[in-house]
Design a binder for this molecule. Structure first.
Ligand SMILES: [Zn+2]
Length: 226
């Protein structure tokens, strides 16, 4: 939009990011069957994701695309930054879930990300004023700062003890435990929870089978089935 009549004043544009969006971002660094799967493997994929979640304007994403289109090193640098901030935020989430101190490097990365935040300002309106924000820096930095915010807010005034990592050995899904008792252990009971239950059941059966075999001196081999 180029011009605006006073009565059509644009009431800011909130980029409402909540903790779920932040966790979704962290979980784009995914693990499937124990193997890493990056859902944001290219800068283009990352920009698309940012636009989709409303943390970057389409124009901002296009500006970045135009800037980097002919220069691979720039593209690599921006993508590396997206991945570095994602890893740093994951490290903080893991440290909270594991009751330990995070790596200093991760905090340094997040702190410099937070500095790139938009500038909040008051804007006059016919009936008073409203809060708007200005994008001062690089759109990618801006998007990353916005995605870091909810985690910081949760640490300040939320329930960081509800930030958890799936207890499965083959899944590193980060989630918010909104259960009443705050004792949720799995990203999803239907998948990881059931897999864990099934694994426990198999281990029990194997142990029982082995105990039986010791007495009958049966030949041993790898346990069948998975
Ligand atoms: Zn899981």
């Amino acid at each position: 939009m180029k011009t605006k009549a006073p009565d059509q004043v644009h009431r800011g544009h909130a980029h409402d990011v909540d903790l779920e969006d932040t966790f979704d971002f962290l979980n784009t660094d995914d693990t499937e069957n124990g193997f890493p799967v990056d859902k944001l493997p290219t800068l283009d994929a990352a920009l698309e994701w940012f636009v989709d979640r409303g943390v970057i304007h389409v124009e901002g994403a296009n500006r970045v695309r135009a800037q980097v289109s002919s220069r691979d090193p720039l593209m690599e640098r921006d993508l590396a930054r997206v991945h570095a901030v994602r890893s740093a935020l994951r490290e903080v989430a893991f440290s909270i879930a594991e009751d330990r101190a995070p790596e200093t490097r991760a905090l340094d990365t997040i702190n410099s990300t937070l500095h790139a935040r938009q500038v909040i300002e008051l804007v006059p309106a016919p009936d008073g004023c409203y809060v708007d924000h200005r994008h001062v820096g690089d759109p990618v930095d801006d998007a990353l700062a916005r995605l870091a915010d909810p985690l910081v807010a949760e640490l300040t005034a939320g329930h960081p003890d509800r930030i958890k990592v799936c207890a499965s050995d083959t899944c590193d899904w980060i989630f918010y435990d909104a259960s009443r008792t705050s004792r949720r252990r799995w990203c999803d009971m239907a998948t990881c929870g059931n897999r864990a239950k099934a694994a426990r059941h198999r281990a029990k059966e194997r142990a029982a089978g082995q105990a039986a075999q010791i007495t009958t001196d049966a030949p041993t081999g790898p346990a069948a089935g998975a």
